[in-house]
Design a protein around this ligand. Structure first.
Ligand code: SF4
Ligand code: SF4
Length: 398
């Protein structure tokens, strides 16, 4: 069952408390006949002791209950959603599916974003325990569960959030009430700094981080991940496909998504990845990696990115923010661009633009773009393109 579990992971599993292990039984996993259960590759999520197949399900964009059912039946264990996905419909849909299965046969993660973070992602006086609890309790009722396995603080860009008293208070209360088993946070900007800060404190159970072959700061990120992993924090990878299945907006240059996922999982510090899946073909492709994540030379070659190819994935390095004469939150705008053109989700892009307060082209009459983007994005052009979306009636969005 624990084939391919690395030694450090095994030791952690052995030493972890009963809470993590006994309440979750991989033996109850449903697997299709073509997959030998004993061949499924499990890794252990840090000190939680949870043993999870290397492929999990990022449900964010999925809206087909049949797809979630099929994922469960084919051996996916961990389902990842968030309070804000699809205005709450994502949690509702997932809850309707999972309620039919034994609670100890799957793992459920959701995320809550604290209210009142400022432009730099720091908590403010508006960040309250009550708001966090209210959102979480709504999530729990949508999910029709009495607890979730992992609750992530959603989208932590600034280490100060990790020390926010209102947030920590909320997590403590939820844990005491038995509504969450493990606490974590997600990060997709300034990740290395945030993860390093968590590793120093060590009290977090899990981190969900962007991790892909296109990240220009990958060495720093890998070091931070390793440090957190050594501190017993379990690491889950997201955005492993670097912006969807294509390098370009026109969808002419496909990314080898199997190679991209295998690349991410070749880092033993990553317990599992949560690729977003919206159709059965993607599910079938990813399921194959439950038992084989060996990156072939040919697949590795597919990941060599031509230097002229900037792709759709914004690093989230934030170096552009101080260069912008209007101090725009360019990384958010670039992420919205990726959601629209990489994920084909204009609704996610729209929500992010609205959250960022975009009501028109924010560059306006700024004459010259002074930003030297590390990925050579043509920022002004992309902002003009994506900001058109805020004027589209919401019911037209996909
Ligand atoms: S737009 Fe460029 S400089 Fe700005 S965060 Fe993204 S990759 Fe970094
Ligand atoms: S064009 Fe836009 S992104 Fe570039 S510096 Fe001006 S306001 Fe900032």
């Amino acid at each position: 069952m624990t084939k391919n579990l690395n030694r450090r992971g095994f030791l952690r599993t052995s030493m972890a408390g009963a809470a993590g292990i006994m309440a979750f039984s991989p033996s109850k996993m449903a697997v299709p006949p073509e997959i030998q259960e004993n061949d499924v590759i499990y890794r252990t999520l840090g000190k939680t002791g949870l043993k999870i197949p290397v492929i999990s399900f990022g449900v964010m964009r999925a809206d087909n209950p049949g797809l979630c059912k099929a994922a469960y039946e084919k051996g996916i264990k961990l389902f990842d959603t968030a309070h804000g996905y699809q205005n709450g419909n994502n949690e509702t849909m997932l809850g309707n599916v999972l309620k039919d299965y034994p609670r100890d046969s799957f793992l459920l993660a959701t995320k809550i974003k604290p209210v009142g973070l400022d432009k730099e992602g720091k908590p403010t006086k508006q960040t309250t325990t009550d708001d966090f609890l209210e959102k979480f309790n709504l999530s729990l009722s949508r999910l029709q569960m009495d607890h979730v396995d992992i609750l992530y603080v959603h989208s932590v860009d600034n280490p100060e959030v990790l020390a926010s008293k209102p947030v920590l208070e909320a997590l403590k209360k939820l844990k005491k009430e038995g509504k969450i088993r493990f606490t974590g946070f997600s990060t997709h900007r300034n990740e290395a700094a945030v993860i390093n800060a968590a590793a120093e404190k060590g009290k977090w159970d899990a981190i969900l981080t962007s991790y892909n072959f296109m990240q220009t700061y990958i060495t720093d990120l890998q070091k931070a991940i390793n440090k957190a992993s050594e501190a017993g924090i379990g690491i889950v990878a997201m955005k492993t496909l670097a912006g969807g299945g294509f390098f370009d907006k026109e969808k002419t240059k496909a990314i080898n998504t199997t190679a991209a996922l295998k690349w991410a999982l070749s880092n033993q510090d990553i317990t599992t990845a949560i690729p977003g899946m919206t159709d059965f073909a993607q599910l079938d492709q990813n399921i194959k990696m439950l038992t084989n994540i060996t990156l072939t030379d040919s697949e590795r070659n597919d990941l060599v990115v031509p230097t002229a190819e900037s792709g759709l994935y914004c690093n989230g390095c934030s170096t552009c923010v101080s260069q912008c004469s209007r101090n725009l939150q360019v990384p958010d705008l670039m992420r919205a661009y990726m959601y629209a053109y990489g994920y084909s989700s204009t609704s996610m892009a729209y929500s992010l633009l609205k959250e960022a307060g975009v009501s028109d082209n924010p560059c306006g009459d700024c004459c010259e773009c002074t930003i030297d983007c590390i990925k050579k994005f043509r920022i002004r052009e992309k902002i003009a393109d994506i900001s058109r979306l805020v004027n589209v009636p919401e019911d037209f969005l996909t």
